[in-house]
Design a protein around this ligand. Structure first.
Ligand code: FMN
Ligand code: MN
Length: 484
């Protein structure tokens, strides 16, 4: 099921009691953060999406926490639960189809019905009902200052669209943007990301300006797709089209040679000057710490276009759990079948909130041969952005990776640190402030699987103390009789 635009999604949230409209005046500086933070971390019953209708200094309402629960994130992608996402994909992949990985991937492409998911061009679009070029000013938008020591105000939920200057391929990525002044933004694409690739390819061929468009709002499937870690070279609009069961309608930008989703609420058009760097940050980040200032490229505004009834969407990140955790959960569920395509003995995976994605990954495997836990560790450290994972815990298939209490219990019991720890070095997330040096540092793999002769374990591995089914049933039946 596809939403036409963000307004349709907001209506759905409202009708199901998952939206609060805040009508009193609020400040985009810090106040919206504090309110959103309390709602994100408070009791589940009060965890709703927030529409601030009266933001000081702007005529546009601000939407936060729209994806801030498993349910709302699932609804945003047209399913009722996040598990459905992976299940839909898993069904298509049909892991038992014979053949090599490339042939499986080709078959996957056929099954995904790519033509149906392809973006389609339209000539008129809601996102261009109002077009400002020379008079365009970022001051017209209710852009948040999230945390007290932030370097400024930041656009936090954008879909940044660029094309590779060499291949012409599109990338859509979610990279925060710092407001430097009313016509310039800091472009915080980290070096591992698609936008940074395009920047490098532009520099290589001596281009001076990289056209870019920043789409805000529109169909939530598009917003989510911008955050999804697709392999470089694959257009995130295809993923959005597949998720919504229909290609995304795109329209030509007014001032740059790019296309943007027609239903977007707001589009900021412009270019990144490839010869220019400016200090971006600090920014209270999703690790719960500030990411410190660093040099990033600069985006220059050439136009701001928008719907008449535009909603300004934002997210506030900080110490988890916050909204981005649920966006990450969608990715975890959606990409599990793809990980299983590469590493077929992986059963399940959990990136818990406390691990802020890159710090902690728990994975269960079907263990069949010596060294298998290690092969999974090395496999994950070689798989797309999973390469940034700092601590990876491997457990046996029957362990529920989503039950952190069970995982801690298994790790404590099943690990001999002299044998079961793997310490390597490799690329780390740019947000890792503890690594040896920026972007590079140590990684820890913990093999918490049961050990046997295949592992060179000579003693007997003890069985788990579990009640027999017969007694459990008997006690179930008599439970009332005990009077407990
Ligand atoms: C709310 C949110 C904010 C993000 N901010 C950034 C950011 O500022 N810079 C960055 O490189 N990645 C950021 N990410 C992660 C990227 O969106 C993610 O890695 C995505 O896969 C990038 O797309 P790409 O692989 O096409 O570059 C953010 C993700 C979320 C959910
Ligand atoms: Mn990409």
């Amino acid at each position: 099921m596809a939403y036409r635009d963000l307004h349709e999604f907001v209506r759905r949230l409202d009708e199901s009691g998952q939206l609060r409209r805040i009508t009193v005046p609020v400040s985009a500086e810090l106040e919206i953060t504090e309110v959103t933070d309390r709602v994100s971390k408070g009791p589940a019953s009060g965890n709703v999406a927030l529409l601030f209708e009266n933001v000081e200094g702007s005529s546009l309402p601000v939407l936060t926490n729209a994806f801030g629960s498993a349910e709302r994130m699932a609804w945003a992608l047209g399913v009722d639960s996040l598990d459905e996402l992976g299940a839909n994909l898993e069904r298509m992949i049909a892991l038992d189809i014979p053949g090599s990985l490339p042939s499986k991937l080709k078959r996957l492409g056929e099954l995904m019905d790519v033509p149906r998911a392809l973006p389609r061009m339209v000539s008129r679009a809601p996102c261009q009902q109002i077009v400002d070029t020379d008079s365009a000013s970022l001051d017209s938008l209710p852009i948040l200052k999230c945390w007290p020591d932030d370097g400024g105000r930041y656009i936090t939920l954008p879909a940044v669209i660029t094309r590779d200057p060499e291949t012409g391929r599109r990338n859509v990525g979610m990279y925060r943007l710092q407001v430097f002044d009313e016509r310039t933004l800091g472009m915080h694409w980290q070096r591992h990301k698609g936008g940074a690739d395009h920047q490098r390819s532009g520099e290589k061929i001596g281009q001076t300006r990289l056209p870019a468009a920043i789409a805000l709002g529109g169909d939530p499937a598009v917003t989510y797709a911008a955050s999804a870690p697709l392999p470089q070279g694959i257009d995130e609009m295809l993923l959005a089209g597949w998720l919504r069961g229909r290609g995304v309608e795109m329209v030509k930008c007014a001032t740059v040679d790019l296309e943007v989703p027609a239903s977007s609420d707001i589009v900021i058009e412009g270019y990144v000057d490839l010869s220019e760097r400016r200090l971006e940050g600090p920014f209270g980040d999703h690790t719960g710490y500030y990411s410190l200032a660093g040099l990033y490229p600069v985006f220059h505004v050439s136009a701001i276009t928008r719907r008449k009834d535009a909603i300004y969407p934002a997210t506030v990140v900080g110490r988890p759990p916050m909204e981005d955790y649920w966006m990450g959960k969608a990715t975890e569920r959606l990409f599990l079948p793809l990980i299983r395509l590469m590493l077929p003995d992986v059963i399940d995976i959990n990136m818990p909130a406390e691990g802020v994605f890159h710090n902690l990954v728990i994975v269960s495997i079907r263990k069949r041969y010596p060294g298998q836990a290690r092969s999974v560790l090395y496999g994950l450290w070689g798989l797309g952005l999973m390469m940034l994972s700092k601590v990876v815990v491997v457990v046996d298939e029957q362990v529920n990776v989503h039950d952190l209490s069970e995982v801690a219990w298994r790790v404590g019991n099943s690990v001999d640190p002299a044998r079961d720890l793997v310490i390597v070095e490799g690329p780390t997330d740019d947000l890792d402030h503890a690594s040896l040096r920026p972007g590079y540092g140590g990684k820890l793999g913990i093999d918490a699987t049961a050990k046997g002769p295949d592992d060179g374990f000579e003693r007997q591995w003890p069985p788990e103390a579990l009640m027999v089914e017969e007694v459990r049933r008997w006690v179930d039946e008599r439970w009332e009789d005990y009077g407990i």
